[in-house]
Design a binder for this molecule. Sequence first.
Ligand SMILES: C[S@@+](CC[C@H](N)C(=O)[O-])C[C@H]1O[C@@H](n2cnc3c(N)ncnc32)[C@H](O)[C@@H]1O
Length: 260
Amino acid sequence: MRQFDHQRPNPARMYDYMLGGKDNFAVDRQAIDQLAELIPEAVALARANRAFLQRAVRYVTRAGVCQFLDLGSGLPTQGSAHEVAPDARVVYVDHDPVVAAHATALLRHSCPDRAFFVHADLLDAADVLAQAVGFLDLNRPVGVLLVSILHFLPDSAGPSQAMAVLRERMAPGSFLVISHATTMGRLEDEERTTGMYRNVSAGGGTDRTPAEIRAFFGDFPLEPPGLVQATDWRPDRPKLVGDWSLPSSLMAGVGKKKNG
Ligand SMILES: C[S@@+](CC[C@H](N)C(=O)[O-])C[C@H]1O[C@@H](n2cnc3c(N)ncnc32)[C@H](O)[C@@H]1O
């Protein structure tokens, strides 16, 4: 496993800093400060995304689901699924060895009975599911979260195939929660967004249209209001004057696997 490197910024720790967390180092904070100069809305985007995750987890919990699989989770801090759903079992999955070391230690200390970390590549969905069955009952409905992760995965890496495996294995009544950045073809935004991805991920980003994002849900019907701006997905407060309008749009939706 890679050594813990305090000198190099890490995407998950940078993300934690954007969310107001304390699981980051000076090098991560400097990287985000530089990013914010280039792309001032980066922090607002990260927070809008986390707020969507929390509303979606509450929604799924209210529907009676009490287990979650969070794929590409980053660090399980700052109001992650197990904090928002205190009665649920949660499995976090990330492929970053730095996240794996930190998250395993964090959860073992703070929530050893119902929140677990699996170090795996979500693109190998069969492996992820094989590891998750040690913690979750996949014969019962589960909330599967792919929040702000699919835009990091180019089509050539096979995210559609991984999603098909996941959808197939999810029990009827399960929910699929997705958020995905899109510029909807605005060229200037596309360049800015790609620059942002390059800053927070090793591999750059993949812009997709709303129709391409919808395809990740397969034949799962979308819960109202459908695939919309993340801030418009069942907001829990009215929009305020001065709320940041995000030029690089973040689409979000929740699908439910039908019975039978
Ligand atoms: C922007 S963070 C998203 C964090 C979280 N899902 C959220 O919305 O708050 C993206 C995370 O996905 C992880 N990741 C990227 N590609 C992955 C892959 N193929 N398998 C598992 N994790 C991956 C990265 O290591 C990073 O921690």
